[in-house]
Write a protein that binds this ligand. Structure first.
Ligand SMILES: [Mg+2]
Length: 368
């Protein structure tokens, strides 16, 4: 493929309800979309950065800048562009995995369309639908939380994940178990809010039969997670700490996790995400697909990834209306607690022009 240029589009999507984690409360999701134009096709990649560097060091304005100043110009160099050429072309620039992932995904989408292949086919998906879990934010009260969980279970979600932080951990988990029973697949996510000194408090979650505790400690504290894993019975899952197949292999070897949350944006794209899937499968470590409040574009690619055989736990691949009243694509809808894997070429889904225009804040064209 020959690159013609890249469009960066900033959009602002109002959330159906505020989403609170241990690091921030969000009411609007600001997203950077990357559209690659080749001579024959176009492709989209959704950059999963948050507006502020609170989940990780990356943030949306920074991603736009590194794309504009370094990554897109570097992509102009390969004479024949394909998905495998992207990471090597960008390798000189350290970090910025979310920005790189968005650009690589856009190239991949265009390339798959040119080969009439769907993302799922190309990744090696073995399922045509994936079970959907939902991530439930920190609430103002236990009754409000129980109402929210009740609503999601009635909609058919097959797994509940509660965001936790110090002061909001054992009580919400106990309340959800008491109200909805032991059969609900339940897990928690701390987004790095604890330290190893909190091990005794986290061990108080053990009696509730959680699938996992996600990223309790700082992202760089691999040894701390390994030590914590010896002090709690609930399996430890890593999210923020896993930025590559190599870091996944290291964390598993150190005993720091027995489950991995794969987010393609966090690890630099779907090629690396698939390598992590393979490393985990070789080690007998189950994986699941995390979410970054994606629009239908990012969701489509995640659902395809989650259809790989090693994804044995339900992911945060929720229906579009979990976050957005109106998506920028045809919405993903829940059927029997599952989402269908798109079958069309590329991501298998495209923005609806009017809906995209409605939420667009700015666009910028970078010609080759
Ligand atoms: Mg997480």
């Amino acid at each position: 493929m020959k690159l013609v240029g890249v469009e960066l589009r900033r959009i602002a999507m109002p959330l159906v309800a505020p989403f609170r984690t241990s690091f921030a409360t969000m009411t609007t999701r600001e997203i950077l979309l990357v559209r690659v134009e080749t001579e024959d096709h176009e492709g989209y990649g959704e950059c999963v950065t948050m507006a502020d560097p609170l989940y990780s060091s990356e943030y949306t304005a920074g991603a736009a800048d590194v794309l504009r100043s370094y990554l897109v110009p570097a992509l102009a160099a390969p004479p024949d562009l394909d998905p495998w050429a992207v990471a090597p072309a960008l390798a000189a620039f350290k970090g910025h995995r979310m920005a790189k992932a968005a650009l690589e995904t856009a190239v991949l989408d265009a390339w798959l369309r040119s080969h009439d292949l769907s993302m799922g086919q190309w990744l090696g998906a073995t399922a045509d639908r994936v079970p959907a879990g939902v991530s439930v934010g920190i609430m103002d009260s236990i009754p409000a939380l129980l109402d929210a969980v009740d609503g999601y279970l009635s909609e058919g979600y097959l797994r509940i994940k509660l965001k936790i932080e110090p002061g909001w951990d054992v009580a919400p988990v106990r309340a959800v178990r008491e109200r909805f029973g032991d059969d609900v697949l339940l897990q928690v996510d701390a987004n790095t809010a604890y330290t190893l000194a909190d091990a005794a408090q986290l061990a108080r979650l053990d009696p509730y039969g959680l699938l996992l505790i996600e990223q309790p400690l700082d992202e760089e504290d691999i040894r701390g997670h390994a030590e914590l894993a010896r002090q709690v019975r609930t399996p430890i899952c890593l999210d923020e700490s896993i930025v590559s197949a190599r870091s996944a292999a290291d964390a598993i070897a150190m005993g720091a996790c027995s489950v991995v949350n794969i987010k393609p944006g966090r690890v630099g794209g779907y090629l690396e995400a698939r390598r992590i899937h393979d490393v985990c499968a070789a080690n007998g470590v189950p994986v699941w697909c995390g979410g970054m409040l994606e629009t239908g574009l990012g969701r489509a690619a995640n659902v395809a990834l989650a259809a790989l055989p090693g994804f044995t736990l339900p992911g945060d691949t929720s229906a579009s209306d979990r976050y957005y009243r109106t998506d920028i694509t045809e919405p993903f809808v829940l059927r029997d607690g599952h989402l269908d894997v798109p079958r069309g070429p590329g991501l298998g889904i495209s923005p609806v022009p009017g809906q995209l225009a409605e939420v667009t804040a700015s666009t910028e064209w970078i010609g080759r």
